[in-house]
Design a binder for this molecule. Structure first.
Ligand SMILES: Nc1ncnc2c1ncn2[C@@H]1O[C@H](COP(=O)(O)OP(=O)(O)OP(=O)(O)O)[C@@H](O)[C@H]1O
Ligand SMILES: [Mg+2]
Length: 220
């Protein structure tokens, strides 16, 4: 099915909550319904943005909070221009693993950079594109971080990537940020409590997707 204008669906949450797992499952779910779908992620999603991701996640990178913020936003600007915008224009559903809300939660709530300033930078980097729907996967940070670190071990960073190595109080502040955002934007951000059974979380995500499609009057 070809939409006139695509939708941007973002999947957000703390480390190890299951964003990547659920984003992939969501991509398949939407494909089965007949939509054209692109799955992408932040930081990254384009060649240059993936290079910036490498800097951001490498535990050896020493970054000031503002430098870190700007790197996330530069990667985003390129990703939006190269991947997100053209695919929305073509009528695709873009599923993005992390997006602007992560920057508010991590750089705002946890690193304590002024949120108004981050909102401005998000607006510049996205050329004012905002998600049509955001699935926020809620997990207790101490549970998520254990899972995320074991995943990183498989990737390459022992003891977790640069962000996973932050303190538990940092990750609790991130979660506080996501919860506050979900409260502030109840129409856009839908909270899904993660369940230890992946399929149960997936079913809850799909329920939100179906509600969203109904709201948009798309019946498939
Ligand atoms: N509902 C779930 N219950 C138990 N384990 C899960 C669940 N969802 C995902 N996992 C597992 O937890 C780990 C982390 O999941 P995933 O990589 O999808 O999380 P993430 O949010 O993308 O993490 P990161 O923030 O590190 O990118 C993986 O090993 C995955 O298989
Ligand atoms: Mg992931």
């Amino acid at each position: 099915m070809k939409l006139k204008k695509g939708f941007l669906i973002t999947v957000e949450g703390c480390e190890g909550c299951g964003k990547s797992t659920q984003s992939k499952l969501l991509e398949q779910y939407l494909r089965k319904k007949g939509f054209k779908v692109v799955l992408t992620r932040e930081p990254g999603g384009s060649v240059v943005a993936e290079q910036v991701r490498g800097i951001l996640l490498n535990p050896k990178s020493k970054l000031s909070p503002v430098c870190e913020l700007m790197l996330y936003e530069s990667a985003r600007a390129q990703h939006v221009e190269e991947i997100i915008k053209p695919n929305l224009k073509k009528g695709y559903i873009v599923v993005c693993d992390r997006f602007t809300d992560s920057t508010i939660a991590y750089q705002g709530y946890a690193r304590k950079i002024d949120i108004k300033k981050i909102e401005k930078l998000n607006d510049i980097a996205t050329d004012s594109i905002t998600p049509d729907l955001t699935i926020y996967l809620d997990i207790k940070p101490h549970i998520g971080i254990q899972k995320a670190k074991s995943e990183s071990l498989k990737d390459s960073f022992k003891n977790g990537d640069r962000i996973e190595r932050e303190s538990i109080s940092f990750h609790n502040a991130v979660r506080k940020g996501f919860v506050a955002l979900a409260k502030k934007f109840p129409e856009r951000i839908k909270t899904v409590k993660t369940n230890p059974v992946i399929e149960k979380t997936q079913a809850a995500v799909n329920t939100e997707i179906d509600k969203f499609l109904m709201k948009k009057k798309i019946y498939v």
